[in-house]
Design a protein around this ligand. Structure first.
Ligand code: IVH
Length: 657
């Protein structure tokens, strides 16, 4: 119990005084629940200073304290349907003689604040603090645009406590973090909102983008107080205070479960973080009847979403090799499930990230799925670290796959394998790229066959692909001859290749499909391209100094030249066609938007590139055409504003015909 109390107090201090959550809420709640369980079982060990009795500590805060006019309670919560239905049924039974309904809202993941308005004028603003006393953040709150200094409208109360959440939009959080020192980044929008609000200097707060949304109220002295919570929120809204437009009233369990799943599905599309929904008995009279416990109202509950961040342990760190030899450290995790997906690995991107996180093997870490997809380590939980158990991550000196020396680039942030074409890991990835659609477009060569071809040493460089025969394929490819002959046919078909596809197929670092086309357009033939010097290369649109060096280094490698010569014996390269100059798309900047149903988007892009067009991803005043598929988008709105010619799917098809 002592150990639990120490941990909880430590996290409370971090959270309330340093705006930092070292562990996810779910982990914190688990500790609290365990302590409550033990205190119930061994009441002799329960003391008044236990964090289960005192909501939080404010002792180290540098803000003046303000006593709330009525205490700010917390919310009880449930994580599954079954427990929610139990809450709902209990209220139905209790109020069987009343026609009860519920106000359902989003549960905002921000910072609870209490705004006191006297005769409609903002008097003080404070954080929730320990529920009885909060911190005086009036000066800071005055800088937030969505908090009116004065209420306007009918029936303004003589005194009211307006309660709600201060939060930061996800995009603003990302932008704020971009400008911050690597060690000072906020771990999530809630911490960013908390850190931005609780500034001694309100000028700093004024520069941060914070929003306020009202979800409840405390003292309300005035006339014509509405009878339901939903109406109360709307009344408050009529005075100029923002409320959520997701607030809805329902009666039946099924309706509320529907609302829960609807919001859960929308969660990642919202511009701000939420961690569940809140369900409140709507009639104020009935709320009063059922009352509160010492910590939360019995008439409301938070139905939380599955955690997006989870705690787990790093069991090992491995070093993967990419196509261009770039080494990526990857953390192997004790598997966990986040939103139903099993997560066993998290990329560490670069060796710098290991230093930034100060990560050791056996450390406990919080994992989040960035953008709801890619697993990412948020932070190391140092308080869980046991020093005799952790192992330093040693950065390898040689490639795990080919033994070649590793070297560092860009101020030691990037680690690379020097093995290039002799490295089997790089070779496998190079082949995958080489056979891909925008390169040689060889069909049937999936990852499994490529691995077998490289591991069996049938292919030692990419040129060896053109020396394959049916016997080799059939011997490794158990399904036999039909598939093997299809592959050979596809290889043979690919022997005639356009220059831009060949350039792309080389897989030179930073040379993508669009740039390959520009290079091919500029140099016309492969021999011109291979002979180009630095100055000529940087004069091509889209080629920077770094890319020019990558190209030069690629052709300076004897190993690469040997493979290219071997390749040339097997393929025919078409010089760049020049007749596209007569196309209206020649040298024009084109942007795509929306979905295409009548023509394949990749094919369309390729055709336009062949006509000398440049494809860009964003609309700007430099854009010549927007090819708009079948949906509305911001790009279309912007293009209209900028007077850019917009072609729909039928128009572009008829132009190309
Ligand atoms: S009602 C007496 N409604 O959640 C009930 N709270 O876990 C007062 N929160 O401290 C709160 N969204 O800051 C309510 N729609 C919502 C909410 C909400 C977020 C926060 C609130 C509270 C915490 C409790």
């Amino acid at each position: 119990m002592l150990e639990l109390k120490t941990k909880i107090l430590y996290y409370q201090n971090l959270y309330y005084n340093l705006n930092y959550s070292e562990v996810p809420d779910s982990e914190y709640d688990k500790l609290i629940k365990e302590l409550i369980y033990l205190e119930n079982k061994y009441p002799n060990y329960l003391d008044n200073n236990s964090p289960t009795q005192v909501v939080s500590s404010l002792k180290d805060s540098h803000f003046k304290k303000i006593k709330h006019l009525s205490s700010m309670l917390s919310l009880d919560n449930v994580f599954d349907e079954f427990k929610y239905v139990k809450f709902h049924q209990n209220l139905f039974v209790k109020f069987k003689d009343f026609n009860i309904n519920f106000c359902c809202e989003l549960k905002f993941d921000g910072l609870a604040v209490n705004l006191i308005y006297k005769k409609g004028i903002l008097s003080t603003a404070s954080t929730r603090g320990n529920g009885i006393y909060g911190e005086d953040i009036t000066d800071n709150a005055l800088t937030i645009r969505s908090i009116p200094k004065e209420l306007k409208g009918d029936n303004i109360p003589s005194l009211i406590e307006i309660r709600g959440e201060i939060f930061m939009m996800r995009d603003d959080f990302i932008n704020l973090n971009k400008d911050r020192n690597i060690n000072k980044k906020f771990s999530n929008p809630r911490n960013a909102a908390s850190g931005s609000l609780r500034q001694k200097d309100a000028l700093i707060t004024s520069k941060r983008k914070l929003y306020f949304i009202c979800h409840s109220y405390g003292i309300w002295h005035g006339d014509l107080i509405p009878f339901s919570h939903y109406d109360c929120l709307n009344k408050i809204h009529s005075w100029g205070i923002p409320i959520s437009n997701y607030n809805s009233v329902f009666q039946k369990t099924e309706e509320i479960l529907n609302f829960y799943y609807k919001i859960l599905n929308k969660r990642s599309l919202l511009k701000f973080d939420i961690d569940g929904i809140v369900i409140k008995l709507n009639k104020l009279k009935l709320q009063k009847k059922i009352g509160n416990t010492s910590k939360f109202p019995k008439w409301a509950i938070a139905f939380k979403f599955p955690a997006k961040e989870k705690l787990t342990q790093v069991k090992n760190v491995i070093f993967n090799v990419g196509r261009t030899g770039m080494i990526t450290p990857v953390a192997c995790l004790k598997p966990i499930y986040i939103s139903g997906v099993k997560i066993s690995y998290a990329s560490l991107h670069s060796i710098k990230e290991i230093q930034r996180l100060d990560l050791y093997i056996n450390d406990f870490v919080n994992i989040r799925r960035a953008g709801d997809v890619i697993p990412q380590i948020v932070n190391v939980v140092k308080s869980y670290r046991s020093n005799n158990n952790i192992i330093k991550i040693s950065i390898p000196k040689n490639c795990f796959f080919c033994g070649s020396k590793l070297f560092t680039l860009y101020k030691k942030s990037i680690l690379k394998c020097s093995g290039q074409l002799i490295c089997s890991a790089q070779l496998k990835k190079s082949i995958k790229h080489f056979v891909s659609k925008n390169a040689f477009n060889i069909l049937g060569l999936g990852e499994k066959i490529i691995n077998k071809l490289v591991d069996g040493r049938y292919i030692k460089d990419i040129a060896d692909l053109f020396y394959l025969n049916i016997d080799i394929l059939s011997s490794i490819y158990k399904i036999a001859s039909k598939n093997s002959s299809n592959i050979i046919n596809s290889i043979n078909k690919s022997r005639r290749i356009e220059l831009h596809k060949l350039i792309y197929a080389f897989g030179i670092h930073e040379v993508g499909d669009v740039l390959s086309f520009n290079l091919s357009k500029n140099f016309i033939s492969i021999s011109n391209f291979m002979a180009a010097d630095f100055d000529t290369l940087v004069s091509v649109r889209g080629v920077g100094k770094r890319t020019a060096n990558n190209i030069i280094n690629f052709f300076q490698s004897n190993k690469n030249i040997n493979v290219i010569n071997k390749l040339f014996k097997q393929i025919k390269v078409y010089d760049h066609k020049t007749n596209y100059k007569y196309s209206i798309f020649y040298n024009k900047s084109i942007v795509f938007s929306g979905l295409f149903y009548k023509i394949n988007r990749i094919l369309l892009k390729e055709k336009l590139i062949n006509l000398g067009a440049r494809i860009n991803s964003n609309v700007s005043y430099k854009t010549d055409f927007l090819i708009a598929g079948n949906s509305k988008s911001n790009k279309i709105i912007l293009a209209k504003k900028l007077n850019i010619k917009i072609l729909n799917e039928d128009e572009i098809i008829s132009f190309l015909d």
